[in-house]
Write a protein of this length. Sequence first.
Length: 716
Amino acid sequence: MERDQFSDIEFMERASKFALDRREFIKLAGGGIALFFVLGDPSVFAQQRERRNLPTDFNAFLKIGEDGRVSLYTGKIEMGQGVVTSLGQMLADELDVTLESVDMVMGDTDLCPWDMGTFGSMSTRFFGPPLRNAGAEARMVLLDLASDHLKVPIGNLKTEDGVVINKANDQQRVTYAELAKGKKIVRRPTGKATLKKPSEFKIIGKSFLRRDGHEKVTGKAKYAGDIQLPGMVYAKILRPPSHQSKLVDVDISGAKQMKDVQVIQEGDFVAVLHKYPDVAEMALSKIKAKFETPPSNLDDKTIFDHLLKVAPKGNVVAHDGNLETGEHGSATIVEGTYYDGYKAHAPIEPHTAVVQIEGTKATVWASTQTPFSAKEEVAKELGVSPENVRIVPPFLGGGFGGKSRNLQAVEAARLAKLSGKPVQVAWTRKEEFFYDSFRPAAVVKIKSGISDNGKLNLWDYHVYFAGERGSQQFYSIPNHSTTVYPGGFMGGGEAHPFATGPWRAPANNTNTFARESQIDIMAAKAGVDPVEFRLQHLTDESMKRVIKAAAEKFKWTPAKVPSGRGYGIACGIDAGTTVATMAEVEVNKSTGEVKVKRVVCAQDMGLVINPEGATIQMEGCITMGLGYALREDIRFKGSEVLNANFDTYEIPRFSWLPKIETVIIDNQESPPQGGGEPAIVTMGGVIANAIFDAVGARVYQMPMTPERVLEALKKA
């Protein structure tokens, strides 16, 4: 098979049939230069490849084509976080090409190597260093080729904007395109490439607008719901009233009588299909179904007692000193219990998938954070080999961890197989809330003490069902212990009445709310300004830097709390990034309404690839954090979810937004850390502390609704 018979895309499609084995690429690569490398932890990759049909030695590659364009193939996806820009910046800078000449090919399982998924703010911090190294290695290859081509020693050459130039004679030059033309080179990193120093950066550290921005603001961007295929039908599926309900009787005759409506019934799975979604919706309403639902005394009020009763044995994840010694040596001891209800991801784009089956091959356009998991799930549903399934992720309208599961893709595949037609499944907002894997409800119990000199001496921390992330406190406390009771987003079993899953910075929002609230209480007991109190108990220089930077921007002046000013502070660590947030709130004592007037957030995320993108992420985290802190609360009875839309589940609105100011610490010498989640973790704690400073009332449960604020005021 000659390479020049096919376009680049056709070549990749054919190569994918060989499970992206490097030896096959060596045979097929044709013109151009390809570099294969491992993104992320090689040990994790090695473990995964044992049980999946994975390539033998790489999970990402870049290719310099004969036209000089650089293509990066990665299993990562773009869902609004901006890696389509920042990953391109890292590659472009090390390779010395313009950002505009880099093409990002992301998430397509037929064109890209396997990847575990896009979540956890891992794309930049874990994949950035090997990506930069791959760019530097490719640049070494090009310099070597140019040295032979120009008959000039490598040491006398430099690269600039896709061109190799003789330092002594800038008229003697050769483009990357010319060097790639007619070549067929496949390499792996040697580890000998030298990465650029921050002083040499031309693209890294510079602000760039989102590369996908124009498509999105003009409406040209395609999401899964925009995919329309010849003969495609829309599906509406019969849903139970609650997660524990069982279908005992169904009458589909009314729907079957409607013209051009196809009714699918396979066991308890009942759906109607039509070329127009509103007609399918009407047909679904004609189906008469009877369900049986077992009784339950669980609801959004009794859930916390239930969780404490069924909690498994805890695991001590951090410990130092002796708790008994700490308790005896404390002049003041405070015990606090904090509660956090279930939260929905509530993305603007609901879960959607389109599936087309042609022969033995299925193509799936799905809103998913985990395209390779979706590939396996769809293959299992269809009873075919994963190689016969291609997942194509269009743009995602938000994920936040909620699009890690692929139920809608499996449903669409099942219906495409049963109907023989291309099928689109797009969840309604009610279905989105019903089938979402919620952020788990959780309880945190803390006993803390201060000695006569006002220093923290005791910290006994127990977190139930939230998870470990963010639970291990970073303050200097001689006698401390942190115990995590499993069953957070990675599990929970029968403890929860419905599925739970990762929700932007899983566990850390709950843990930071509890920890930072308790720290503020101890500062008040010690009669010390909460900023000063934190600084007195910190040795982490990065954390001290962000607190001081936030205080300077906020113009914080020391005062004992409650001061009546409505000022709050909260700190946290997430995805390797330290963050400090300060807020000013106004509390209406008559209604309990909380108005957040101003937020200042400072974070140290190491080397910042795209300051503009990082700022946007921080602002997005702050905005989303307003929701979980103040209003977002899943109401349920038994396993029936009572929220059906945004009229009962309030997400932040533009009218809520405070003045937002961000500070990014200049820390170019440290590796890049995660930026997609850290700023959200402090929002619950900073608002709770600001409320207390404003009115002297401590709210122990999120969201801090007007009703809960009024209740706290009565107790105060």
